[in-house]
Ligand binder design. Structure first.
Ligand code: APR
Length: 235
């Protein structure tokens, strides 16, 4: 049975109403990425950074999973072989789609952290957090709580699990990501080295399109359900 690894990026959530990072103006919701998504930015202006992520967290209440998230949750639920969904997204739309599909333990990792989680900057404890972090009490250890987001220069989560899945996979599928940020941009090469088939589903060719054996271009809400239906029909 084909072992599948799926990588998603901001493009899978675009049709839910969440903006991608690398828009035409090169800014993320009006900010340069380096002003809100680095440890240095947080050290320089913690109030601005907390407010920025508080607004992103609050925006989750106004959006929901789209047909691409729903299709991937069905694949997780119904695929009898090995499966891992690796997302670079910090939104909770894959998690909500999995809950809606009745997946008890989603085979899902958030390699860049989660908006609905707070991280203690001192002891490293993580806890579920759905409200604002501005003005939140400190961690019991005395450390300040920060967004549980992997900023530039920080180590992504779950790399051991991701590496193991990539080296054992037969099919690697990249969905809605520009292929501009490592280590995720290197996963296709890792999967190819393991002998896997590779497929890109993206609105337009990404920076790494040429690395994929097959590419399909169009909106995720159309391409992903069609691909999942096809996989499940052959399962
Ligand atoms: N369907 C499919 N793909 C889409 C859609 C859509 N409806 N809309 C946009 N896309 C594609 C774009 O063409 C682009 O290639 O999604 C990609 C989004 O790219 P980015 O904005 O660069 O997002 P992503 O690849 O997830 O960024 C990676 O960068 O700043 C960091 O940590 C942040 O996780 C993020 C990482």
């Amino acid at each position: 049975m084909t072992a599948i690894v799926v990588l998603t990026g901001a493009g899978v959530s675009a049709e839910s109403g969440l903006p991608t990072f690398r828009g035409p103006d090169g800014r993320w919701e009006g900010h340069r990425v380096e002003d809100v998504a680095t440890p240095e930015a947080y050290a320089r202006d913690p109030v601005l950074v907390q407010r920025f992520y508080d607004a992103r967290r609050a925006a989750l209440a106004r959006v929901g999973p789209n047909p691409a998230h729903a299709a991937l949750a069905r694949l997780d639920r119904d695929w009898p072989g090995a499966f891992l969904l690796v997302t670079q997204n910090v939104d909770d739309l894959h998690d909500r789609a999995a809950a809606e599909a009745g997946v008890a333990e989603p085979r899902l990792v958030h390699m860049h952290g989660e908006l609905t989680s707070a991280l203690c900057g001192r002891c490293g404890a993580r806890q579920r957090w759905t409200g604002d972090l501005s003005g939140a009490p400190d961690c019991p250890c005395g450390g300040r709580l920060r967004p549980d987001i992997v900023w530039f220069g920080e180590m992504p989560y779950a790399m051991d699990r991701i590496d193991a899945a990539l080296s054992a996979c037969d099919l690697f599928v990249s969905i809605g990501t520009s292929g501009a940020v490592y280590p995720a941009a290197g996963f296709v090469a890792q999967a190819r080295a393991a002998g896997a088939a590779t497929l890109e589903l993206n609105l337009e060719p990404s920076a790494g399109s040429y690395l994929f054996a097959e590419t399909r271009h169009g909106p995720a809400s159309r391409l992903v359900p069609a691909w999942v239906d096809d996989m499940l029909a052959r399962a």
